[in-house]
Write a protein that binds this ligand. Structure first.
Ligand code: SIN
Ligand code: CO
Length: 406
């Protein structure tokens, strides 16, 4: 009998391996899930996470919604009329939990809570570069955000109480006008399920859906971003422009500039000279980029922290040798807010491209993929001074932590 690969290195909160059937995916392997469902069709998974408890309690969620660094929205549907407000919300600004038909959405809970981050980590059979965030919604009986569609892939994981989901693959995605939120004009469901804690619904982009709380409930949405082509192009050109050498170092003659030694005098001074248009056209046609520019753009762009992210540096940081001593005892882990990506050439951390000696690559790759480095790694790693200096710098910035829970 062939032996199954051991799971010992992974632990219960790790992402499933590509070719192992996963409870999270209804006993499909990640490979099967990606081939049959990802970006293609919805999948309901009963008891994707058995015995699941909500990563944060209702009161903890309300506390997050009161924090100005946290993005939150309150959506009410009182007397059949939709209303939306943006947070932060002081406790007395939320409707009573006894009142029906309202919902509170808290975005990016993974940035603020390690249990939410751990839950998001279970979805790391998908590339980090595609992750948007883990949102948690709380709703009272009848609460929801109306029938709508999203442009993102989403896993809707029921974490507390019950929610009835109705979904449809309709073509007509016209929205109701004059509402503060996106609600479909005509919604026709082809399927309907009541989800209980641990149940999960995967939806690809553009599937119409409506979730209505049956009693008080909480739902986690694990969302995957897909930037639009126009956003990618404009951001890339911006990145490229930032890197263009303007030749203005001291002593240089300056950057090449438009010249027109052959310009004749004009009797229509306001007219754009055709020669100018043509010349600039050929200057622009000479703008070049290669795959290296594209990956350097993507790495910095996709690892850039969201605008509301603030890192918390340690209050009394250890010095470098103290830090390494501690890391040798308990290891280090990435802060829950940190994004660390890499490709065959570069590493990118929190929007910065990192210069690394080749020797350090193996450690950094492990840190990026696991989000931690075990204590025992530091026995060898502590001799790599450029790596330890960098790790210490990141620790001082609050990007990584010395932490036993790694
Ligand atoms: C919710 O959790 O109420 C809304 C999530 C969604 O429909 O995308
Ligand atoms: Co949605």
């Amino acid at each position: 009998m062939p032996t199954r690969p051991s799971h010992h290195h992974a632990g219960p909160l790790a992402a499933p391996l590509p070719d192992e059937p996963a409870t999270l995916l209804g006993n499909l392997t990640p490979t099967q899930f990606m081939r049959r469902y990802w970006q293609k069709k919805p999948l309901l998974i009963r008891q994707a996470i058995p015995d699941l408890t909500a990563p944060v309690s209702r009161d903890e969620l309300f506390e997050l919604a009161d924090d100005e660094d946290v993005e939150s929205r309150l959506i009410t549907h009182f007397r059949k009329s939709w209303a939306m407000e943006h947070g932060p919300f002081a406790p007395d600004e939320l409707p009573s939990v006894k009142k029906r038909d309202w919902t509170l959405l808290v975005q990016g809970v993974n940035l603020h809570d390690d249990r939410a981050r751990a839950l998001l980590n279970r979805f790391r059979f998908l590339p980090d570069a595609r992750v948007d965030d883990l949102m948690i919604s709380y709703a009272t009986d009848g609460g929801g955000v109306g029938a709508h569609f999203d442009s993102y892939d989403v896993f809707l994981l029921q974490v507390h109480g019950k929610r009835r989901w109705r979904i449809g693959a309709q073509r007509d995605l016209t929205l109701k006008e004059g509402l503060p939120l996106k609600v479909l004009q005509h919604f026709e469901a082809d399927e309907e399920w009541l989800l209980e804690p641990g149940d999960m619904l995967y939806l690809p982009p553009h599937i119409a859906h409506e979730g209505v709380a049956e009693g008080e409930c909480m739902t986690c949405s694990i969302g995957f971003r897909a930037p639009s082509e126009s956003e990618l192009s404009s951001q890339f050109l911006y990145h490229l422009a930032e890197r263009m050498d303007d030749g203005s170092e001291p002593g240089s003659k300056g950057a090449a500039r438009y010249r027109d030694p052959a310009q004749p005098p004009v009797s229509h001074p306001a007219q754009l000279p055709p020669m100018l248009v043509e010349r600039v056209g050929s200057i622009l046609a000479n703008v070049q980029w290669n795959e290296k520019d594209v990956s350097s753009f993507l790495g910095t762009y996709l690892s850039e922290p969201k605008s509301n992210v603030v890192f918390a540096p340690p209050r009394r940081p250890l010095d470098e040798s103290g830090f390494i001593e501690r890391a040798k005892q308990i290891g280090v882990k990435l802060d829950r807010k940190t994004v660390l990506l890499y490709d065959k050439r570069f590493y990118f951390m929190n929007g910065e491209q990192i210069l690394m000696p080749t020797k350090a690559r193996k450690w950094l790759t492990e840190l990026a993929d696991k989000r931690y480095l075990e204590a025992k790694r530091f026995v060898t790693l502590s001799d790599e001074t450029s790596m330890t200096a960098l790790l210490h710098e990141w620790y001082c910035a609050g990007w990584i932590q010395v932490d036993a829970s790694a």
